[in-house]
Design a protein around this ligand. Structure first.
Ligand code: NAD
Ligand code: MG
Ligand code: MG
Ligand code: MG
Ligand code: MG
Length: 340
């Protein structure tokens, strides 16, 4: 079993004695910065000139500096810009201002694992990666709870990098829920695999194929949407509460039997072979190179794939239906048959 750290295992005063720069103020950035501040930590935000995030950070009373100035002032630097711009921001505005004794923090191991960033001598390199979207990290913290997190140490120059990472994790609420120790390699490879094979890629493709199969057979798109997309959340909630077993217990025996006989027919052993090929492309850097090379050209492949996804008929059906849902929920302006 992995060892799990809670509030009592972490010393908040370590991070309270440091000066933190949060680089980027997006999904993770705003959550880390506000949670750190509310935990009594000295924090400033580093942003590019003309960043649209500046106004949002300043509205929260946070001090916003250029990335270079923020790094200069700070001795713990948490990089929370998108993964594909981190190496450029690092080379131009972070590395020149790092000094021995500083700590470089990440919330995902991509750039370290694939060699796009390497830190100078004397600098700690560690990760505090909440396992949830930034907005949940902030919301849970405000509610007195936390989102589970992973910590990892890539380079322990000070000899205290793990205690520092655990202290940071406590300040953003991670140890309230539980923190597991991992490595940059394990976090990066499993995170990419999970999102590609199951959470984002696998589920999206499964839902689209289900929708296509039903509508091509002549069933109404609205009905297909309910059956293959909307109800997904209800099923996933049961899995989170009690695993696949609770989900199977809760559905009808008809659904449970259908699960056993048709699940392995749809997701056959060949899918597992495909998953192994995806994992192999992650491990040997093929995926990382394809992503970064495309981003360096302005993301033409990325933009084309995004446009293709948005044009899938399930999106138009969903937009119409969700309007109908809010009209039912609000329970006012009831006009029979109106779907706007
Ligand atoms: P985001 O896209 O939401 O926010 C990026 C921020 O970086 C914005 O404030 C943007 O203004 C700023 N930025 C962009 N280019 C910049 C530049 N050149 N210089 C300075 N600032 C710049 O990013 P995110 O989704 O919060 O991801 C940040 C990191 O956190 C990534 O490493 C990601 O893998 C990791 N992570 C994200 C989530 C998540 O929920 N989104 C979860 C776990 C880990
Ligand atoms: Mg993830
Ligand atoms: Mg990820
Ligand atoms: Mg049903
Ligand atoms: Mg049952």
């Amino acid at each position: 079993m992995a060892e799990i750290y809670y509030d009592d295992d972490a010393d908040l005063s370590i991070i309270q004695g440091r000066h933190v720069a949060v680089i980027g103020y997006g999904s993770q950035g705003h959550a880390h910065a506000l949670n750190l501040r509310d935990s009594g930590v000295d924090v400033r935000i580093g942003l590019a000139e003309g960043s649209t995030s500046r106004a949002k950070a300043e509205a929260e009373g946070l001090r916003v500096l250029s990335v270079a100035d923020a790094v200069e002032e700070a001795d713990v630097i948490m990089i929370l810009t998108p993964d594909q711009v981190q190496r450029t921001v690092y080379a131009e505005s972070i590395q020149p201002h790092l000094t021995a004794g500083d700590a470089l923090f990440f919330a995902h191991g991509f750039n370290i694992r694939f060699g796009y960033i390497s830190a100078p001598e004397g600098v700690d390199v560690a990760m505090v990666a909440p396992k949830g979207p930034g907005h949940t990290v902030r919301r849970e913290f405000e509610a007195g709870r936390g989102v589970p997190a992973l910590i990892a140490v890539e380079k322990d120059s000070s000899g205290n990098a793990e205690a520092l990472a655990l202290s940071y994790a406590k300040a953003i609420g991670g140890t309230r829920a539980g923190v597991i120790k991992t490595t940059f390699t394990e976090e990066t490879e499993t995170d990419l695999f999970g999102e590609q094979a199951v959470l984002c890629g696998g589920v999206s493709q499964l839902v689209q194929y289900g929708f296509e199969t039903l509508t091509e057979a002549g069933y109404k798109p609205e009905i297909a949407y309910f059956e293959v997309l909307h109800e997904l959340k209800l099923i996933v909630d049961l899995m989170i509460e009690g695993g696949i077993a609770k989900q199977r217990w809760s559905v009808s025996d008809t659904a449970e039997y259908g699960d056993y006989v048709s699940g392995p027919r749809v997701i056959d052993p060949h899918v597992k072979e495909n998953m192994k090929a995806v994992l192999s492309d992650i491990q040997d850097g093929t995926f990382a190179k394809r992503f970064i090379d495309d981003q360096d050209k302005g993301g033409p492949e990325f933009k084309e794939l995004r446009a293709k996804g948005e044009a899938h008929p399930i999106e138009a059906t969903g937009r119409e239906l969700r309007q109908l849902f809010s009209w039912i929920k609000s329970n006012d302006d009831y006009t029979e048959g109106q779907v706007s």
